[in-house]
Design a binder for this molecule. Structure first.
Ligand SMILES: [Zn+2]
Length: 74
């Protein structure tokens, strides 16, 4: 449960993973999405390759973008 006042946490999109995401994976399915429609997954260091490969294997256009950390103060 998310408490009030907590900063928004970016969590890895991999099922079962609760690591903080370090990358955004931008992709779309050309069969159902138009060119201006981009889906975003979040990935931690460990799963960014897994998720990118998962999409690339389906011939989806995929781009990995490092998350800008400016929103968070460590
Ligand atoms: Zn992960």
């Amino acid at each position: 449960m998310i408490g009030f006042g907590e900063p928004e946490r970016l969590t890895c999109s991999r099922a079962g993973c609760s690591e903080t995401a370090t990358s955004r994976i931008e992709w779309r399915n050309p069969k159902i999405h138009t060119a201006d429609r981009v889906k975003v997954w979040l990935a931690c260091d460990e799963h960014v390759d897994f998720l990118r490969e998962f999409l690339a294997a389906r011939d989806f256009p995929v781009a990995v973008v490092a998350i800008d950390d400016e929103r968070t103060t460590a």
